[in-house]
Design a protein around this ligand. Structure first.
Ligand code: PMV
Length: 314
């Protein structure tokens, strides 16, 4: 066996987070500027050693705790590949996707591990298979994941996603530009999703109405994106989606500050992305360099822990 490597991108949810857990549609796109990387390097003996400097982990797979996420995806993938014996190798996992900030770091790390093992054994896995393996691990750590993260990361394509339905690719005839601003606050997805579920259990009718409105925004956004129309209405939809996310209680002052700053600096619309409470916000902008510069600078000056600019294409 020779060394091999695989990567997986980060992701952004454009519309529909949280409501997607309750069966409404959502739109997500991959972000290739940040990625998780998995390397497998052969060694003479000793089974599989896992080295993940970003996670401060270095251990033999046989010593892993039963709830260790990396060993879960490794074991699931080896079963899928029909490989009962651990390879003699060092698996090194690294990621430029900030952890716990709504950019899909966990799903991307799992997808990169699946892919590198598939490459090692020369048994390619289709995106659907990578997606379903990653989903198994997401379920262990996120409670009730919709499946949107593993889907968009495994397929590496913009998706229009409804839980439990076959993937629908989103056509993007006219690329558009997003600025992504990081609050620097880590907010575990399962906590934000769990807290919202408790509120939903207490007042189902009210929350179902919010989720219905969020779903309708995702439907309208899909039409706009697929017809390649002017971005002004898309920006307004982002603002409307943000207002509803505030209503359901998953926003935060830090997110709202960056969102306000981006709008003031010229963004067409802005909202949180992912689970919320912390993590990242996104702003839709006109692609002119001066607008990119103005919004980026405004977010940096407002204290964003990181800012990146990405173009959504298909
Ligand atoms: O914060 P992230 O990247 O894990 O995104 C979560 C998206 C939610 O809709 C809040 C949860 C889900 O499972 O879809």
């Amino acid at each position: 066996m020779s060394s091999c490597q695989a990567v997986a991108p980060g992701k952004i949810i454009l519309f529909g987070e949280h409501a997607v857990v309750y069966g409404r549609p959502a739109i997500a796109v991959p972000v290739s500027q940040v990625q998780a990387t998995a390397n497998l390097h052969p060694v003479a003996a000793g089974g599989l050693r896992v080295v993940a400097p970003d996670l401060k982990r270095d251990y033999r797979l046989t010593d892993a705790a039963p709830d260790d996420a990396l060993s879960q995806i490794i074991r699931l993938t080896l079963v899928r590949l029909g490989q009962p014996v651990l390879p003699n190798a060092v698996l090194t996992v690294s990621s430029t996707i900030p952890l716990g900030r709504g950019l899909g770091s966990g799903a991307a790390i799992s997808a990169a591990i699946c892919r590198v093992l598939a490459r090692w054994y020369d048994q390619p896995l289709a995106p659907a298979e990578v997606s379903s393996l990653v989903y198994e691990v997401e379920k262990l750590y996120h409670g009730t994941p919709s499946g949107i993260d593993n889907t968009v990361i495994a397929y590496e394509q913009p998706v229009y996603f409804i839980k439990g339905r076959p993937i629908e690719r989103l056509v993007v005839p006219r690329p558009f530009t997003l600025v992504v601003g990081d609050t620097g606050i880590v907010a575990p997805t399962h906590q934000v999703v769990g807290d919202l579920r408790r509120r939903w259990e207490g007042e189902r009718e009210r929350y179902e109405a919010y989720f219905g409105q969020i779903g309708a925004i995702a439907v309208r956004a899909r039409t706009l994106i697929e017809h390649g129309v002017d971005s002004t209405e898309l920006g307004r939809l982002m603002n409307d989606n943000q207002a509803l996310l505030e209503e359901v209680g998953v926003s935060s002052p830090a997110l709202e500050r960056l969102i306000a700053v981006a709008r003031q600096a010229g963004a067409l619309g802005a909202k949180l992305s992912g689970a919320g409470r912390g993590g990242n916000m996104i702003a839709l902008i006109e692609p002119q360099p001066e607008v990119v510069q103005a919004v980026t600078t405004a977010l940096e000056q407002a204290g964003a822990a990181g800012v990146l600019v990405t173009e959504v294409t298909a």
